[in-house]
Design a protein around this ligand. Structure first.
Ligand SMILES: [Zn+2]
Length: 431
């Protein structure tokens, strides 16, 4: 039984804070409520109004906690949870030194299932209710992730990673097997319950043109699927792509030429872009996904949020294990720091929007997740805005909700997550 009235402070976006002035983009209610029925949000408003309209609903009173949509992580790698925070390498060495040996271990189905379950539980503990994950080349790596998400009623996006070159023996598929195995997973999972499939070439350096072509054809046959990959993360990588694809106009063209540019495309990182690439992403309505803790941790570069968010769908993501933290709070803080280094500080409204509705829009799932709008699934997080003494002494001086929430964005972690609901069900607290 998920029907309930959840009471607390509410913050609901009415517009994108990248389109209107950030302070005008959201409605804050210091004593608000959310009515949940059958796993969905039935209504949101003041506590007084909703108590009057729904007198039969049992109440869960979260006091001063801030009720927000559950966070939406638009790009991560569950197989890399075990190697998060590994020291000292740049992208290609990181892949060869840490990622590929770990992804090899997921050839064992039980190991993969345990990694999937552990990852989803870490995410929930941090208030993240939707993950968008790459799996490994092993088809069962997709099955175990979708299975574990279904057990937890979570909306997730995932796909079997495809690589047929520049990866070690044991982590390579072929153009044909990537097509066949991805197609089988789409048939098994896409649209089942809350599962969405993303066709997932890792990135151009690890796919031959033949494999990219096969996956482009698969996407054309299954246009409601998402497609996720990486784009222009590090300058060495961009140079390598130029060598591997001498005829391509730019990095994005290696996807575009093979049917892998579309509005349901998710392009992770997108740091070192040419003007033509930005134009094309904007024209087709594709999404760039910003992974700030990864970009600083691996030393990749500074995403240009101010320019790109004005023209593209932009999602926010941890990119764990290249990213250094599961927390979307820490991820927002890193996005703020990257913005500062580019001379464009992001407003807390922009940060919170990116971590919820912005990412949901990038995934084309904003009707279902990422907002508190009636009809949306009741994936909700309650944040304690005074979760540590340091945060509390700062937020108690706040003059408005933005000043009250910013210390939690900058200094908060899983201790700030007072409670999480997925499809209206409270998530059991970790033992
Ligand atoms: Zn990634």
């Amino acid at each position: 039984m998920t029907d309930r009235l959840i009471l607390g402070q509410t913050l609901a976006f009415t517009e994108s804070p990248f389109v209107v002035p950030p302070v005008d983009a959201a409605r804050h209610d210091s004593r608000g409520a959310i009515a949940v029925r059958d796993g969905r949000i039935a209504a949101m408003g003041s506590a007084d109004d909703l108590r009057r309209d729904h007198p039969e609903l049992p109440e869960t009173d979260m006091g001063d906690a801030l009720l927000l949509p559950g966070f939406v992580d638009a790009h991560m790698h569950y197989p890399q949870t075990g190697i998060i925070a590994s020291w000292g390498k740049r992208l290609i060495d990181w892949l060869n030194g840490y990622t590929f040996p770990e992804e090899m271990r997921l050839s064992d189905r039980d190991y993969a299932a345990e990694a999937a379950a552990r990852t989803l539980d870490f995410a929930l503990a941090h208030g993240t209710t939707t993950l968008t994950s790459f799996c490994t080349i092993h088809p069962h790596s997709g099955d175990v992730f979708f299975d574990a998400a279904a057990e937890r009623h979570m909306a997730v996006v995932a796909g079997k990673t495809c690589m047929d070159r520049n990866a070690p023996e044991g982590l390579r598929d072929t153009a044909q097997s990537a097509y066949d195995d991805s197609a089988a997973l789409i048939n098994r999972w896409h649209g089942q319950g809350r599962a969405t499939y993303a066709i997932s070439p890792r990135f151009s350096p690890t796919s031959t043109p033949a494999q990219l072509e096969a996956l482009g054809a698969l996407w054309a046959e299954h246009p409601t699927c998402l497609m996720q990959t990486h784009l222009s993360e590090q300058v060495e990588e961009v140079a390598w792509v130029k060598e591997l694809f001498p005829d391509a106009r730019d990095y994005l063209d290696t996807y575009e030429a093979h049917g892998l540019l579309g509005k349901r495309g998710l392009y992770g990182h997108a740091i070192h872009l040419e003007p033509r690439e930005i134009d094309r992403l904007a024209e087709v309505g594709a999404a760039a996904v910003h992974c700030p803790t990864s970009n600083t941790f691996i030393g990749s570069g500074l995403f240009d949020m101010a320019s790109l968010a004005a023209r593209l769908n932009v999602g926010l993501a941890t990119d764990t294990g290249g990213g250094s933290n599961f927390s979307m709070l820490r991820t927002m803080a890193a996005a703020y720091e990257v913005g500062q280094l580019r001379g464009t500080p992001l407003h807390p409204a922009q940060l919170l929007w990116l971590a919820t509705e912005g990412s949901a829009k990038a995934l084309h799932m904003a009707e279902e997740i990422g907002t508190l709008k009636p009809g949306s699934m009741a994936d909700i997080v309650a944040l304690d805005l005074g979760s540590t003494p340091m945060i509390a002494q700062r937020s108690m001086r706040a003059r408005d909700i933005w000043e009250a929430v910013f210390p939690t964005i900058m200094m908060g972690d899983d201790r700030a997550v007072a409670r999480v609901w997925v499809a209206g069900n409270p998530v059991p607290r970790p033992a």
